[in-house]
Design a protein around this ligand. Sequence first.
Ligand code: ATP
Ligand code: MG
Length: 594
Amino acid sequence: MRQSEMLVPTLREAPAEADAAGHRWLLRSGMIRQLAAGIYSYLPLGRRILLNVERIVREEMDRAGCQEVLLPIMQPAELWEESGRYTQYGPELMRLKDRHAREFALGPTHEEVVTALARDEVSSYRKLPFTLYQIGTKFRDERRPRFGLLRGREFIMKDAYSFASDWEELDRTYQAMNTAYSRILERCGLDYIRVEADAGTIGGQGETHEFMALADVGEDTIVTCKYCGYAANLEKADYQTSGDIEKKEGSLEVPADSASADSVLQTDQHSGAENVVRISTPGVRTIAELTTFVGKGAEHMIKTLLYVADGQLVAALVRGDRELNDIALKQVLGAEELILADDAAIAAHPNLKVGFLGPIGLNLPMVVDADVAVMKSAITGANELDEHVSGVRPGIDFALERVERIRFAAEGDACPTCGSPLIFTKGIEVGHIFKLGTKYSDAMGASFLDRNGRQCAPVMGCYGIGVSRLMAAIAEQYAGDEGIRWPAAVAPYDVHLITVSWKDEQQRQLTLQLEQQLIDGGYTVLVDDRDERPGVKFKDAELIGLPVQIVIGRGAAEGQVELGSHALAASGESKRIGLTAQEAVLYVKEQLTS
Ligand code: ATP
Ligand code: MG
């Protein structure tokens, strides 16, 4: 391909909106352009990278025995109503109407469509198991589209859905997908880790794992143990703690009079006990402010957080240096809906002094984290404006009605498997595999007759990998000082021939000869034949970041070329001068056969 004929609008500066290194280089190297927030065009070079990633994904899906299909993006709302997700999915689901005012959704994922297909077309165990996959455009109206292709509103995903007669059959497919995903990420050259994940909103009945590409811009926190290999998403991570004592079960009955604004605080406050000392803390509302004010670490404090669980105000207590896990709290409460109490919810109780809340005398249902229950003496709010109390003994100065594990794992916590300290890192979720069970087959009435003529629901699995997100994750991991150094497996071309002066007959002839030899060898070649200064050409070549660069300059008169490649740069030899074209071709072979 001649670069002079190609649309490669490189930029000297990244647009202000670019918020991650990989994203900045993708824009600067002229590979993508933003059309609207989270919506991108792939220019010729970017499209080639995307196609390479797609090819790897497709090859591995086919190798795992999956069948490729293409399912509609535009889907009738009724289908989504059948699964119950039309309302549940919320504003992330893009909705539209046709000319007859019929409602449609743009598919963010395709469980509904594929389950309807199985319901209509599969009725016997003889057809099971099978896995369908597709590679295509997904729409999600993300609240915060960011980092370019990493979190888009329109993006490319490979999604696969498996149907099995029973859980054992599903397990075999799950393992096959697990292997396929590992192979995809290895072939893409990504540094990644597989972690246990939380079932979250997809709400399946079985296990689920995420594949995380390691990167600082990653929005997920990965919790790992380097001794035993335990790895989990923070949302799911388990830990051992000194607070792992026998839980004291208690009821969570609402005090009879709690509806009245004045009764949230008990009049009989225990703060009169000798050990409990009031501290005047004017304007000190946060744990950070309190640690500075009293000169003690957050581990000596108790945070009192207010939540509204299914319309009822609830207090949750965690140690000052820990983060409350709202998923865990929601589970513990068995609540359908759990939200942090907002000003309006609190305003109904004028006695609640936000910033100065504490458990003593608080007449609300209270869930106490296991770590708080074992504190010997703590500092906490006094339920009076501008006051805190110290010397508070959980279980003595306030009742431990309900002790539960309601916090996230923290760095340094003991590994749940081996007790070694847990480590935190950041990751980009690139893939997700999930045992759905019969959630969708039940909801949508898909069934088959088993060996014994009994009607059963197929046991499903779903498996997603972000194709465009993979491209962005590679960009992130391979971002250097001058551009992205694309791994050979996904690079838009294998070799960049940079001809210093295209007008020079000898240089041009040698370039054409080399190009032909490389193409005959099965390599893809980009030729910089532009009428530009050498400096501009070299800079653009770094931006484009092909695996091997060959410079055809003055040496052409003697049949000599110069080499540049990522491998050479890494070994400190940035350029090797004076190779014959023949030697250069051998070098390309060496570099690109792995
Ligand atoms: P996230 O937590 O990052 O929003 P998710 O859990 O919503 O991801 P899934 O529903 O499991 O993602 O989708 C499967 C895969 O699709 C993800 O692993 C990811 O690679 C990709 N993906 C999801 N949302 C986006 C997006 N907004 N932009 C690009 N890729 C995405
Ligand atoms: Mg999401």
